[in-house]
Design a protein around this ligand. Structure first.
Ligand SMILES: *[C@@H]1O[C@H](CO)[C@@H](O)[C@H](O)[C@H]1NC(C)=O
Ligand SMILES: *[C@@H]1O[C@H](CO)[C@@H](O)[C@H](O)[C@H]1NC(C)=O
Length: 508
């Protein structure tokens, strides 16, 4: 019997049951960076499953996230649009990053079209497992934005909190809140033990089995967060790494990915399943080494628009379609997964709005290189742009002197004079240009007087000018915090603090 759904791509490829799985690793203060995978040269080779996934699929060396922070990057993945368009930014201060803590008032606007919403038109069932991070008030619930199922949390697993001033972060099964971190879903901060990755793995395997049995195409967004501080691993992985607790968390994620891929093979649907692995921002060097990863040779980390903040490990896997062992230099972005998925499902991206993601299938299946720029934003400011191998910084900033003097350093041990600045430096009339091929660490800006600089900027200026004149920013969603919107089940005698509406900054 033929499965009821088929999909075709713009390339004329036809397959039954085109399904996709996105594996999105996490981080606010400890995400999985480029230097954490054996296949990228991490010396202790502790990611055998991801390395194998790459050897059976395609490794992307020039793949980016849309923002160096978690919430905006997730909003971009699911909308195919830059955070400045979909509203995941703040106008409270110039070039400030922002995210959705549990007292944020905003979230994903109804006017945004999310990938699972669109995939429904092709009969897809979508599930998110893990962290949502696009707002936690009822109107922002993932099941109101196209997902059919959810197991996970609207936020990071920060805590434990005292439940008086601040409740612990809730977890949901679909519409229903089923418990809270630290209370019902334990994380032992002393030992680092938690069973959450195992629970998320089982959820994924069960969902895949169910969809296979009902012959219904699916989209699974597996958004695990064990590598986000406070990092955790289950007992069998504790102490298994040579890199401390962070390494243990990476090992458990790696092991789980191996199990998911084997499950697809066992069910006989691996050739119908497009799987993509990447991360939401670069490793948080402020938490390294115990709670944070490595960005290899790249400059700085999470929060910054240097390569260490936004260049991500990325692997595409689709046996029988993607040539094994491929390596792509295509400039890619998490927003491309939106457009690529629609193409896999035989759908067109919405035409009534600007979509920043491109369809990567020609790059993945035919080895074509598609010309496209990468924009690096912090909040509402375009900080840098990459065109080909050249990257031009229009603004440079790591963090403020005030933060830096408190010991918060996004670029530990990496002071590049005039580049990793602690004041926001404007270079809009004469951007700093780096050649990322010769100088991936962004240490040696090209001389302004050189022909190479002139040639690079001629090309880049046109692209930036066009980007700026056509930019229509969305309504900023991350400006306001209010403790009254926190998800609470406290007895009424335990009143939350009075409603306080404050400006949202980096941390509300
Ligand atoms: C993890 O699960 C095991 C087996 O059910 C249990 O013994 C252990 O207490 C759990 N650990 C945590 C931190 O919840
Ligand atoms: C980085 O180096 C420059 C030049 O040597 C110096 O002026 C600046 O204070 C240094 N920054 C930090 C954070 O040490």
């Amino acid at each position: 019997m033929l499965p009821p759904f088929s999909c075709s791509t713009a390339l004329g490829f036809k397959a039954f049951l085109c399904i996709s799985i996105y594996i999105y690793t996490d981080g606010l203060t400890g995400s999985m960076g480029w230097g954490d995978l054996g296949v990228f040269g991490e010396p202790s080779k502790e990611t055998p499953n991801l390395d194998q996934m790459a050897s059976e699929g395609m490794l992307f060396l020039d793949f980016y996230t849309a923002n160096p922070l978690c919430s905006p990057s997730r909003a971009a993945l699911l909308t195919g649009r830059l955070p400045v368009r979909n509203g995941f930014y703040t106008t409270n201060a110039h070039a400030r990053n922002a995210y959705t803590p549990q007292d944020i008032v905003g979230g994903i606007p109804d006017s945004e079209l999310l990938l699972p919403e669109l995939l429904k038109k092709a009969g897809y069932i979508s599930k998110i497992i893990g962290k949502w991070h696009l707002g936690h008030r009822p109107q922002f619930h993932p099941l109101n934005h196209g997902f059919d199922e959810w197991f996970g949390s609207p936020n990071c697993h920060f805590g434990p909190f005292d439940n008086r001033a601040l409740p612990n972060i809730p977890l949901y099964r679909d519409w229903e809140m089923i418990g809270r971190y630290y209370e019902d879903f334990k994380i032992d901060l002393k030992t680092g033990e938690a069973n959450l990755t195992q629970i998320y793995l089982q959820e994924a395997l069960d969902f895949i089995s169910k969809q296979q049995a009902s012959q219904q195409p699916f989209f699974l967004y597996w958004a695990i967060d064990a590598t986000h501080a406070p990092v955790y691993a289950s007992k069998q992985f504790l102490g298994s790494s040579q890199r401390g607790l962070y390494g243990d968390a990476v090992r458990e994620i790696d092991d789980s990915i191996g199990k998911i891929l084997k499950h697809l093979q066992k069910l006989g649907i691996s050739e119908n399943t497009f799987v993509f692995f990447t991360s939401d921002n670069g490793a948080a060097l402020i938490s390294a080494p115990e709670q944070g990863g490595s960005n290899g040779r790249f400059l700085c980390g999470k929060q910054t628009t240097f390569e260490g903040g936004m260049r991500e490990p990325a692997i595409a896997w689709w046996p029988g379609h993607i040539p094994a062992g491929g390596v792509s230099h295509q400039l890619g972005n998490v927003m491309d997964l939106f457009t690529t998925s629609l193409s896999l499902a035989g759908l067109q991206p919405p035409s009534d709005r600007q979509i920043d993601g491109i369809n990567l299938l020609p790059a993945i299946l035919q080895g074509k290189l598609i010309d496209r720029p990468i924009f690096y934003y912090r909040g509402n400011e375009m900080m840098a742009v990459r065109v080909g191998l050249y990257k031009a910084h229009y603004w440079t900033w790591s963090n403020s002197w005030e933060e830096y003097s408190k010991g918060i350093d996004f670029c530990p041990g990496q002071n590049v004079s005039g580049v990793t600045t602690h004041t926001q430096e404007e270079h809009t009339t004469l951007p700093l240009v780096f050649h990322l091929g010769r100088d991936p660490g962004e240490k040696y800006p090209l001389s302004f007087a050189s022909n190479e600089y002139q040639r690079a900027m001629e090309q880049i200026s046109v692209i930036v000018q066009q980007h700026k004149v056509t930019m229509v920013p969305g309504e900023p969603q991350l400006n306001v915090c209010d403790k009254a919107v926190m998800v609470s089940t406290l007895p009424s005698a335990w009143l939350l603090p009075e409603t306080f509406t404050g400006k949202a900054f980096l941390l509300c």
